[in-house]
Design a protein around this ligand. Structure first.
Ligand code: CTP
Ligand code: CA
Length: 471
């Protein structure tokens, strides 16, 4: 008779630059150290901006989380609230706010800390995670969910026959930063900041990671506009990355306060800028390309801006905004990824559609998202092709994925697994057989035993009917 399941829970808040998500995870207590047992049971999108958006009213950052915390209380049985850990990790939006206004960043963190402390859960901290951690935990999450870490018995044998790479690289695109993380056999010690070593389930991993601050898709757009503003003649700016007929007004006053644009600060004779879409993919790609400085590389090989990048290796899972954008454009085809030229032609023709037509065709999608899919599609291609130098030949190694099973791809699960010590360095000494195999083997042994006994009995106590035949 199976014992009643003892379920444990954990909560992680992903305080991103554009918004905050609260995740609830659950796992069977007795299988804590197995791989692939933790699953996401709830996600709650916090209303309003990301916590870095409360820099002018820091005391409101914490209360903005209340509704999602209430949702977590409803999902997790009350008897377990006290023992459920809750973590908050803030990413690039808060890294930028810390650069721009350190005390505002601290006040925001203390406000969210106070709210989380007053929830009935076990508060484990609210902090800004580093870009390295963000990359590493994203890599751990997807490989944990894909079951790439622990293999035993037949699976191990199959894997070694299948000469495929053992882990999948991780590509994360946020609003303010982007991360690339993968196992590299050619990783040299040229750039220690980009090197990580893990020992997980008895295996060593040499991992490359880098986080590009200001290269999330929202900040990349700000960077592009800052460049365009250098040569603007009047307050009207034609922009090839927006659809024809689309117009947007930008306030110049705060524009250059952002650390991603401050080095391009310029006095302008107007306070508002009027962007007018042109819908020209080629021109858009050309203007985005300028964001990737490929001119100097102090290492054996680089991505851009003089940052070390070893040769790309294996498959990649591309998630968050990589997925949102490519999914909108119907370019996430799996298990057979589309060829690069098909991807380019789709984005090119999407950018060429007039804004009125796009708006009518997708009236259910938020205008903020919809108006930027042309820019975002072009930016993703630039980042992957010009930045990381993916080519037609290895493009199909990229798999755009939103979820793996019931869990979202992102850094939060890896963060929780690490902080709760749920991924052991050594392979746990599990039972050598699964329950099914054990039962099967016992039945087989019993049958053999019964047959032997029957045979012995027949041999030594021959029934009369048989003796007669023999005589
Ligand atoms: N259906 C959606 C959802 C989000 N977005 C966009 O995707 C970006 C945000 O991606 P996300 O991964 O949520 O970024 P954050 O975590 O908020 O940012 P960061 O990781 O840089 O802190 C934003 O530009 C948002 O406008 C989108 O285009 N379509
Ligand atoms: Ca993010």
């Amino acid at each position: 008779q199976p014992l009643p399941k003892n379920i444990k829970y954990g909560i992680v808040l992903d305080a991103g630059s554009s918004h905050t998500n609260l995740y609830v995870y659950e796992w069977p207590a007795e299988k804590e150290n197995d791989t692939g047992v933790v699953r996401q049971v709830e996600v709650c999108k916090v209303e309003g901006p990301g916590i870095s958006g409360y820099s002018h009213a820091t005391e409101k950052a914490g209360p903005s989380l209340a509704q999602c915390l209430q949702q977590a209380e409803d999902v997790i049985p009350s008897a377990q609230h006290k023992e459920t850990p809750v973590y908050l990790g803030a990413t690039a939006g808060m890294r930028l706010l810390r650069l721009q206004n350190n005390s505002a960043a601290e006040n925001v963190l203390s406000s969210v800390g106070n709210t989380l402390r007053s929830a009935p859960f076990s508060f484990q901290g609210a902090r800004i995670i580093t870009g390295q951690e963000e990359g590493a935990y994203g890599w751990i999450t997807i490989n944990y969910l894909l079951g790439n870490f622990k293999q035993s018995g037949w699976k191990k044998l199959l894997h070694s026959l299948k000469s495929s790479s053992e882990t999948s690289g991780a590509l994360d695109l946020g609003g303010a930063s982007t991360q690339i993380t993968f196992v590299s056999k050619d990783l040299t010690s040229e750039s220690p900041d980009n090197q990580l070593y893990f020992r997980l389930y008895g295996k060593d991993y040499q991992v490359y990671t880098h986080s590009f601050l200001c290269y999330g898709k929202d900040q990349a757009l700000q960077q592009k506009l800052a460049r365009d503003l250098q040569t603007v003649e009047n307050s009207s700016l034609p922009d090839p990355c927006f659809h024809k007929g689309y117009e947007r007004t930008i306030n110049i006053s705060d524009f250059f306060k952002n650390p991603c644009t401050s080095d391009k600060k310029k006095q302008l004779p107007f306070s508002q800028l009027y962007i007018k879409g042109e819908g020209d993919y080629q021109k858009c790609r050309e203007s985005i390309q300028k964001l990737f400085n490929k001119s100097n590389c102090p290492y054996s090989s680089c991505s851009f801006n003089g940052i070390y990048l070893p040769p790309l290796q294996g498959d990649f899972g591309a998630f968050s905004a990589f997925y949102f954008v490519m999914n909108f454009l119907n370019l996430t085809s799996e298990p057979n990824p589309l060829a690069l030229n098909k991807v380019i032609s789709t984005i090119e023709s999407f950018c060429a559609r007039p804004w009125q037509e796009v708006k009518a065709a997708y009236h259910h999608i938020k205008e903020k998202y919809l108006s930027e899919y042309c820019f975002s599609g072009a930016y993703i291609l630039s980042l992957l092709e010009n930045g990381y130098e993916f080519t037609e030949d290895n493009w199909q190694m990229i798999h755009f994925l939103g979820k793996i099973g019931s869990s979202d791809a992102g850094w939060t699960l890896g963060y929780m697994l690490n902080l709760t010590n749920m991924i052991p360095a050594e392979e746990p000494a599990g039972p050598p057989l699964s329950h099914g195999s054990y039962v099967g083997l016992m039945v087989l042994c019993s049958l053999v035993l019964v047959s032997v006994l029957l045979f012995a009995w027949l041999l030594f106590h021959k029934p009369k009917c048989l003796q007669k035949g023999i005589v």
